[in-house]
Ligand binder design. Structure first.
Ligand SMILES: CC(C)(COP(=O)(O)OP(=O)(O)OC[C@H]1O[C@@H](n2cnc3c(N)ncnc32)[C@H](O)[C@@H]1OP(=O)(O)O)[C@@H](O)C(=O)NCCC(=O)NCCS
Length: 424
């Protein structure tokens, strides 16, 4: 076995891509395909792919790309989005991931990206690098027979239009953009993303059967206000239909669009269970059913992880629930976010500057990152350590400032076939 000190961690060149793609596939249990290399070769921010090489063998993969995150108040913050993180089973626990993270976070900081985000495959990996869970997700399973939706009430689904992928591609990106502008926790979906989602451009991963697409057209404005993408399987048991339906994407910019699209999905004939993954835990979706208890939560989990790299830029980019000020002493072992900062913020905006004043609260960057989008409570997390309330009342003030009326949500579409096979 080669000493980890001699493993070369470096940006990935064009010639490395087949080996890099194979190593990533090994880590993510995805069989190698030539088409994956092509998809990866043409992806954005190719200069931000990192590989770990043991002589000529690729044993670690990592990438980041420029993204935009919607923060409370509606600003789009430039962020570094990390993905494709893997280390070969033969080279684990020797610090390769640590070195790749360090190289990439330094790059993000130098490029001026104030925050990094990722979806953590496993909870224990990223806290040590300053990340904290910043949005949560609930996975619902709807028992159609208990949902008390009468399929004869076709008025409930009026406005829903079943469309083909091309029609969907024309209208859906605009719907998503309207949601993204008001949804803290949302990330941008670019043109290539939509082409892959609708099968107009092959993405990395196994071939997928074409899903079903629908839009919600508002009867008053004629505008598309919602989108739905789902797959379903024809399944029978002794002359009784038992088909599951998997919602892959459901985005709506008005309550009536959301209600109509959900009701449509739940009243598709033959369907007995609707899987509805990756929703904010406070989603209204179950409440559109006749009996909301028909929507059981089968998983409730942390979802998007976030790491603040530039405290003043991150904290001044969002708005706050009340007009108040706060002195935060931020601890960050890697240094990026560390310092004592005066935050003055309110519903119309905020400023955050370095200060020599004594702190109201000492807080680890991991905890501050978890609080950033408003999903968690400083008072709650204080019980776990990582904060010290220097001035009494500081934790309550953080909560009054940072928390939001509705929880942040990172809307994700589920594109691969793994979702169907792996529903919890
Ligand atoms: C997760 C993964 C990338 C870690 O790579 P690695 O090179 O072994 O990580 P490092 O050696 O830099 O480990 C850094 C620290 O994190 C810990 N750690 C790493 N992976 C961990 C895991 N899955 N569970 C718990 N702790 C983990 C290590 O023990 C180490 O801590 P220590 O120094 O106190 O022992 C690797 O296990 C992997 O490829 N897993 C499968 C794919 C995957 O889950 N990728 C993440 C996608 S988001």
């Amino acid at each position: 076995m080669t000493d980890s000190a001699v493993i070369d961690i470096r940006p990935v060149a064009g010639d490395d891509l087949p080996a890099w793609t194979r190593a990533w596939g090994n880590g993510y249990l995805r069989p190698y395909a030539e088409s994956n290399v092509d998809a990866i070769r043409s992806s954005a921010d190719r200069d931000r792919f990192i590989g770990a090489f043991d002589k000529d063998r690729c044993v670690g993969t990592y990438r980041s790309s420029a993204q935009e995150l919607t923060v409370p108040g509606g600003s789009f913050l430039p962020v570094s989005a990390i993905s494709r993180v893997s280390v070969a089973g033969t080279h684990r626990r020797r610090g390769l991931l640590t070195k790749m993270v360090e190289m990439d976070l330094r790059g993000a900081f130098e490029r001026g990206e104030p925050v990094a985000v990722l979806d953590a495959a496993q909870y224990p990996i990223y806290g040590r690098f300053g990340f904290g869970p910043s949005t949560a997700m609930a996975w619902f399973e709807i028992d159609v027979h208990r949902a008390r939706l009468d399929p004869r009430r076709t008025n409930d689904t009026s406005g829903v239009l079943v469309v083909d992928p091309r029609e969907y591609l024309k209208a859906a990106p605009e719907v998503y953009e309207r949601l993204r502008a008001v949804q803290p926790g949302a990330l941008r979906r670019d043109e290539r993303w939509w082409q892959e989602a609708t099968g107009q451009h092959p993405g990395p991963g196994p071939d997928r059967p074409e899903p079903f697409f629908a839009l919600y057209m508002d009867p008053d404005t004629g505008e598309a206000d919602g989108l739905l993408c789902f797959s379903a399987e024809e399944r029978w048991g002794a002359m009784l239909p038992q088909s599951p339906l998997w919602v892959r994407d459901l985005v709506a910019v008005s309550p009536r669009a959301e209600a109509a699209l959900l009701r449509y999905a739940v009243t598709v004939d033959w369907v007995t269970t609707v899987h509805l993954p990756y929703r904010a835990p406070d989603t209204l979706l179950p409440l559109w059913l006749g009996d909301p208890r028909a929507a059981r939560i089968s998983a409730l989990s942390d979802y998007m992880w976030l790491r603040i790299l530039d405290t003043p830029r991150a904290l001044s980019a969002r708005t706050y629930g009340i007009e108040a000020s706060l002195v935060l002493e931020v601890a960050d072992a890697a240094g990026y976010a560390a310092g004592t900062w005066l935050l003055e913020g309110g519903p119309d905006g905020a400023s955050c500057t370095r200060t020599t004043r004594g702190p109201d609260l000492r807080i680890d960057v991991r905890i501050l990152s978890s609080l950033y989008l408003g999903d968690d409570s400083a008072t709650r997390l204080a019980a776990l350590g990582g904060t010290e309330e220097v001035r009494p009342g500081a934790l309550a003030r953080v909560d009054a400032m940072f928390r939001t009326g509705r929880r942040p949500w990172s809307p994700r579409a589920v594109l691969g076939t793994r979702y169907q096979a792996g529903a919890p």
